[in-house]
Design a protein around this ligand. Structure first.
Ligand code: 0L1
Ligand code: MG
Length: 262
């Protein structure tokens, strides 16, 4: 690690303030060009500790930048990992206040809930298949705290991978009988189709993102506990939204997830 404990704490306050007060900041690597990946995840961990210290429960884990479209959109090749908190959840069909956000975008995500713990190294799709309790659809609303989306990956990791809001669908399905690779997703904004993809867009199989998350945590002496909601990453590029927009995402075999931005 290159940053000391005080700098990590200060940067966590800086980025969480930006999230909670919905104001943008410049990327933190401008002032800390030598920070490394451990520093970036330590800042994210500190943000999580602060939220949990205030009684906000961690509602799930997320993988981001896992689809080819999203990697191309952001010009990156590595997935990143973060978390979502309970206060970020919004009901299916509900409203999302844009006044609480900076420049939101939506992502359609195939998600799972685990029934057994997953721990790397060596976690693979077979182990994930055995540990899936059920599959659910969701839409993640990401909201990078960085001005004009000018960031690099370490800055994004420290900023909890732009996590901001999420909406989980109401239909859950057992994994046997579903092929997540061929599961089609159609994203509509204001009644028009703006993006579509199949699950294979996420690293060939969304479950690969779960295995990568388990291996990432395993390298840090952690695991994905049983009963964890895991978001595997947007299947398409992220779509910008603003007040007045409505979004409806149709997931083959999993129903629809919708929301209105007000
Ligand atoms: O969920 C994600 O794909 C993370 C995205 C992080 C970068 C961004 O804000 O687009
Ligand atoms: Mg996402």
């Amino acid at each position: 690690m290159k940053l000391d404990a005080q700098t990590i704490a200060d940067l966590a306050t800086h980025l969480e303030d930006a999230e909670l007060k919905a104001h943008d900041v410049t990327k933190i690597t401008d002032a800390h060009p030598h920070m490394d990946w451990d520093d970036a995840y330590a800042i994210q961990d500190e943000i999580r500790r602060r939220k949990e210290g205030r009684g906000q429960r961690t509602a799930g884990l997320k993988a981001g930048l896992t689809s080819f479209a999203k990697m191309k959109q952001m010009g990156v090749e590595t997935p990143v990992f973060g978390f979502v908190s309970d206060y970020m959840a919004r009901p299916d069909g509900g409203e999302i206040k844009t006044s609480e956000l900076i420049h939101p975008k939506v992502e359609a995500e195939i998600c799972i809930v685990t029934k057994a713990a997953l721990r790397g190294p060596g976690c693979h799709v077979g182990a994930v298949l055995a540990a899936v309790d059920f599959v659910v659809p969701a839409v993640e609303i990401i909201d990078s705290r960085y001005r004009d989306f000018k960031f690099d990956l370490k800055s994004v990791v420290a900023d909890n991978t732009s996590a901001s809001r999420f909406v989980v669908g109401s239909r859950m399905r057992a994994i046997d009988g579903l092929d997540l690779r061929t599961l089609g997703v159609v994203l509509e904004k204001n009644g028009e189709i703006v993006a579509m993809a199949a699950g294979a867009a996420v690293l060939g199989n969304p479950l690969t993102a779960v295995a990568m998350l388990a291996n990432h945590l395993g390298a840090r002496g952690q695991e994905i506990p049983a009963g964890t909601f895991v978001m595997t990453g947007g299947v398409t590029e992220a779509i910008s939204v603003q007040a007045g927009d409505s979004v409806n995402v149709r997931f083959q075999d999993l129903g629809s997830v919708s929301m209105r931005f007000v």
